[in-house]
Design a protein around this ligand. Structure first.
Ligand code: KG4
Ligand code: ZN
Length: 331
C-alpha cells in the first residue's frame, strides 16, 4: 500500500506549467501555475512548440515554488504524480521527464495520471464529503468534452464525447470571430452578463442525434453566418456573446439531462475550464434542485482550468501503476 500523505502533483499537458503539494488527498498546501497564454494570444491559439519551450523554462521554478510555499522538502514527498496524457507531446514530456528525474533522485514512488481523470477529481479537493457513487460527470474544456458514468474510484464508463470541437473550443473560436483574444471563454461569459440571450437564434447542437455525443461545428458555422449578416458588431457584442453562451450551455445541459434519464445517479458533476461558466453552473444547480440530486463543480476557479492539484487528487484516490512513466506509450 503506497503512502499518499504528501503528494507532489505535476501538470504540463498544454500551455500551463503547474505544481502542487496535496496533503491527505484534499488539503492543498500549495498550488502554483505559470501560463504561456499571453504568447498564444499573439498567434490566436496554442502553438505546440512555443508551449513546450515555455514549459521547459517554467518547470523547475514552479516545482521549487510549490515546495517552498507548502513548506515541504522534496525528500518528505511520499508520492509524485504527473500527467501522462492526453495533451501536447512536447509539453507532456517536460513534466514527465522532471517527474521521472525527481523520482529516481529521491527514490520516491511515481505515478502517471490521465489528464481527464485529474479534471474529474478536481471536485474532490477541499471537500470533506465522500462522493455517493454512481455519478454523471461532464468534463468540459478547450481540449475535451466527455460525459462519463462514474461508478467507483477509478471506474468510469464513457457515455458520450464530442465528435468535433470541444465546448471550450467553441467559446474560443466563436470569440475569436468576434475579435476577442485567446482563450475567449471568460470574455464571452463576461460580455454575456449584460446581453440578451434571445437576440440571435443559434442551433441546439445534436438535439436529434439519439445518442449522448456532442458536436459544436454546426453551431460555429451558424455563428459565423450570423456575424456575416451584420454590418458591424460593435454595439452587438453582448447580445452575440449571450446568445452563443446560451446555445453552448443548452447543448451541454440537453445531453446531461438525457443521460440522467438513462442513468438516475446520485450526483452530477461538471469539471474542466468551461465548468467555470456561471450560466452552466446555475443551470446545473437548477436541475439538481428540481431532481433532488447533489451537483458539484470545483469551488475554486483554479481547480476548473488545468492545475496540478487535481492530478495529485486523482493519484490519491486511484491506484495507478507505479514506476517510470513512458510518455510515448501513454500520451
Ligand atoms: O481545462 P482547461 O484549462 O484546458 C483544457 O484542458 O483544454 O480549459 C480551458 C478552456 C478554454 O477553452 C476557455 O475558454 C474555457 O476553458 N473557459 C471558459 C470559462 N473559463 C474558461 N469557457 C466559458 N466560460 C468561462 N467562464
Ligand atoms: Zn484540461
Amino acid at each position: 500500500m503506497l503512502n499518499k500523505k504528501l503528494i507532489l502533483g505535476i501538470e504540463t499537458s498544454c500551455d500551463e506549467t503547474s505544481a502542487a503539494v496535496l496533503k491527505n488527498g484534499n488539503e492543498v498546501l500549495s498550488l502554483e501555475i505559470s501560463s504561456s497564454v499571453p504568447l498564444h494570444q499573439i498567434t490566436g491559439g496554442v502553438v505546440p512548440e512555443t508551449a513546450a519551450r515555455e514549459q521547459l523554462k517554467a518547470i523547475i521554478p514552479i516545482i521549487d515554488l510549490a515546495l517552498k510555499n507548502a513548506d515541504v522538502e522534496l525528500r518528505e514527498i511520499d508520492l509524485i504524480a504527473a500527467t501522462k496524457g492526453h495533451g501536447l507531446i512536447g509539453s507532456l514530456l517536460v513534466g514527465i521527464n522532471a517527474a521521472n528525474t525527481l523520482s529516481l533522485k529521491y527514490n520516491t514512488p511515481l505515478v502517471g495520471v490521465p489528464h481527464i481523470w485529474g479534471h474529474m477529481y478536481a471536485n474532490m479537493i477541499n471537500i470533506n464529503e465522500e462522493i455517493q457513487f454512481p455519478c454523471l460527470v461532464l468534463t468540459v474544456s478547450g481540449g475535451h468534452n466527455e460525459l462519463y458514468l462514474w461508478k467507483a474510484h477509478g471506474d468510469f464508463e464513457l457515455l458520450g464525447r464530442t465528435l468535433d470541437d470541444a465546448s471550450g473550443e467553441a467559446f474560443d473560436k466563436c470569440g475569436r470571430m468576434m475579435g476577442l483574444d485567446y482563450p475567449a471563454g471568460v470574455q464571452v461569459s463576461n460580455l454575456a452578463r449584460t446581453g440578451n440571450e434571445h437576440a440571435y437564434k443559434l442551433p441546439l447542437s445534436m438535439e436529434k442525434s439519439g445518442d449522448l455525443n456532442f458536436s459544436f461545428s454546426g453551431l460555429k458555422t451558424a455563428f459565423l453566418y450570423t456575424l456575416e449578416k451584420l454590418d458591424s458588431i460593435d454595439d452587438k457584442k453582448e447580445d452575440l456573446a449571450a446568445s452563443l453562451q446560451r446555445a453552448i450551455v443548452d447543448s451541454l445541459m440537453f445531453k446531461l439531462k438525457q443521460a440522467y434519464k438513462k442513468h438516475p445517479v446520485n450526483e452530477i458533476h461538471i469539471s474542466g475550464g468551461v465548468s467555470a461558466n456561471y450560466l452552466l453552473r446555475s443551470e446545473l444547480e437548477k436541475f439538481g434542485i428540481e431532481n433532488k440530486i447533489k451537483t458539484r463543480y470545483p469551488d475554486d476557479i483554479r481547480f476548473c482550468t488545468d492545475n496540478a492539484a487535481m492530478i495529485a487528487a486523482a493519484a490519491y484516490y486511484c491506484d495507478f501503476e507505479t514506476g517510470f512513466i513512458d510518455p510515448v506509450l501513454h500520451s
